[in-house]
Design a protein around this ligand. Structure first.
Ligand SMILES: [Zn+2]
Length: 353
């Protein structure tokens, strides 16, 4: 968990949210400009299983924007080289690489054989975007779409399978006929990087349910003036894709609600029936030990980042009172185990000591 300690230190990312990240199975179609920018951050954040599909090989002209690849990689499979990079970045997660082109002939079988919680479109053509949108609608999986063309970038979340959610083709019922990819239109490497990173950012916001106001939004970024505009996505009654895919019940990958945490003061503490677990780092405890006349022996110390891997050390037959410096980490620990069904956990209010 030390790998994720900096994001876990955010009040918005507790152990349950980190577990949601670790339990996510994500598909990225395309390991080019968008995928190469998005995937390292998603792997770094701990997405538990990342599947990459790309049939392309690395060309020296890719390297100004696909900076995870090296000059020596020219000619190699993008999917395989990308997987190798991500595995080195985070060996704790699972990476699956597929060196084929996702198309109408193989998509149905591929999605029948694989389970995904979230889809990311890193493709550069409308045919693949349309296909991914269809799979999102059919299998009820959120689609984080992104595209970049010269100095224009777009990113947004599509959940057309929801009653009021919009799909990609609610927004683009007709595909532009003059769409050109990077090879033809030209692109600055940083443009692809910015949009790819925004795609990764929106993905993490979605998985952790951090910020609902960006759901059902489509953001356009002018990469010359850096002006960002957004529109709220609306389901279209005339959408060709929504109308061809059977509407399904609302679905979500967001984390479960956590029960209320019981907080006790030192006056409520029955030291014979309760084990105090201090979730601070040992060096913090050395400077500020838990001290009260009713506490006869030092609390058990399991730092918060280790609490899941060391949960076998927690007593099952006694009450567990988590304590920390300011009731934030202790509440996270109690909420995590309460959500797992343990009814013997509570928080010892540090300010009552
Ligand atoms: Zn639609």
């Amino acid at each position: 968990m030390n790998r994720y300690i900096r994001q876990l230190s955010l009040p918005e990312i507790d152990l349950l949210k980190q577990e949601a990240i670790n339990n996510t199975s994500l598909l990225m179609v395309g390991a080019g400009g968008l995928g190469a920018a998005a995937l390292p951050y998603l792997a770094g954040a701990g997405i538990g299983h990342i599947t990459i599909i790309d049939h392309d090989t690395i060309d020296i002209s890719n390297l100004h924007r696909q900076t995870i690849y090296k000059s020596d990689d020219a000619g190699k499979s993008k999917a395989a080289a990308c997987a190798q990079y991500l595995k080195a970045l985070n060996p704790e997660i699972k990476i699956t690489a597929h060196d084929f082109k996702l198309n109408e002939e193989n998509a149905a079988a591929f999605f029948a054989q694989n389970q995904f919680d979230i889809l990311l479109d890193g493709s550069d053509n409308f045919k693949t975007k349309d296909l991914l949108n269809t799979m999102s609608l059919r299998h009820h999986i959120p689609l984080i779409g992104a595209s970049v063309n010269q100095f224009s970038g777009q990113v947004g979340t599509f959940e057309g399978y929801k009653k009021d959610g919009a799909c990609y083709r609610c927004l683009f019922p007709e595909f532009p006929s003059d769409a050109r990819n990077c090879n033809e239109a030209g692109i600055l490497g940083t443009s692809a990087g910015i949009i790819g990173m925004l795609q990764a950012h929106i993905t993490l916001m979605k998985i952790t349910n951090c910020e609902q106001t960006i759901d059902n939004k489509f953001f356009s970024i002018d990469l010359k003036t850096l002006r960002i505009s957004s529109i709220s996505l609306k389901k279209s009654a005339h959408c060709p894709s929504c109308n061809s895919v059977q509407k399904a019940q609302q679905s979500d990958i967001t984390t479960k609600e956590t029960p209320m945490t019981t907080m006790i003061s030192i006056d409520d503490l029955n030291t014979e029936e309760t084990v105090i677990v201090d979730v601070r780092q040992p060096e913090e405890i050395a400077n500020d030990p838990v001290h009260h006349e009713v506490i006869l022996s030092p609390p058990l110390n399991i730092p918060l980042p280790e609490i899941i891997s060391r949960q076998d050390e927690l007593p099952r037959t006694k009450r567990i009172a988590f304590v920390c410096a300011g009731n934030i980490r202790s509440v996270q620990a109690a909420e995590y185990f309460a959500a797992k069904g343990m009814d013997n956990v509570c928080v010892l209010d540090k300010f009552s000591l």
